[in-house]
Design a protein around this ligand. Sequence first.
Ligand SMILES: [Zn+2]
Length: 351
Amino acid sequence: MIKVLFLVLIVSVNLLFTTGAAAFPNESSGNDQSVCFFSVLMCLYDQQSQGEIEQQSTAEQYIDSVLDQVNSTELEIWINNLSSFHTRHTKSDHIESVAYWLKNELQSVCNGKTYFHNFTQIDQGTKYNLRNIICDRHHGSAGPGNEPYILISAHYDSRMQDINKTNARAPGADDNASGVAAVLELARILSKLNLENDIQFVLFSGEEQGQWGSKAYVEYLQANNTKLDLVINLDMIGYPALGLDNVSIEYDQGNKFTTNDIHSKKVGEFIKQTALEYVNLNATMDPFGRTDLIPFEATGNIVIGLHDGGSKLNPNYHNTSDTPDTLNMGYLTSVTKLVLAVILNIDRQNQ
Ligand SMILES: [Zn+2]
């Protein structure tokens, strides 16, 4: 049967950067010509040539074979291990050992440079030395080139309802061992492939305190003049609060910039279509909440998030009962596959 719906991603990178120019449209600068532009368009075709159909079905078979590599046992082991730390509260005595453990895990699966991004945060007169964990997976060996640069992130800290209970038990299985496990699994699979895009896998600290880790990281990227084309954040993707067949796509509506909204929406619509085609998930498009997308959006980036709806509907949210046995590993596996399918389809259009 001829496939009537064919997705076309148009990824274009305008390289007319000038020194000190904003990476993305900046409303205050009025410098809209010197931007890195990324857009995903959905096109409808009634007919395709036989050659195009064959090419497409080969590509889909390849993508399906990569999706089959997502290992729900690996995901579950990571979630069990992360949840077995007494707490991952950012101010707790445990956060340093969590960071080192996670860096080892990321290093063991990610075929790229793995390192800490260290930052300090002063809160109520106390200084905290904290660590984001990064793995770079560049298309070339020399570092980021002119390829689309995609950041995939999740926060690894956890909390109880009372955020001042620094050393109380907070397993944080859904929030957000689920997102961390998915990032590790994506790094394991994607870093073995020969991709056209540059991808950075990032695990943030301090999200629950008010996006400390992502704010510090955004400042670091700006200081290094690093331009991102897309940020995909995974925060709570293991408890199917909206039902086993449903996932929420968190996209950008307004917030600090309005110029990036249209691109976020188009990426969201593309993910929604990919969810139906590859993993049989119905996606709803929702505004994003208090997540690590905020600092990225606030610097003009194109951002998108995936969420299970649990911040409103999971009774275990920010509680000692947010344990691995309450998650659905099949669901988490599907959402992980969805992110993988999105990355591979973007990559395919960029070849
Ligand atoms: Zn969270």
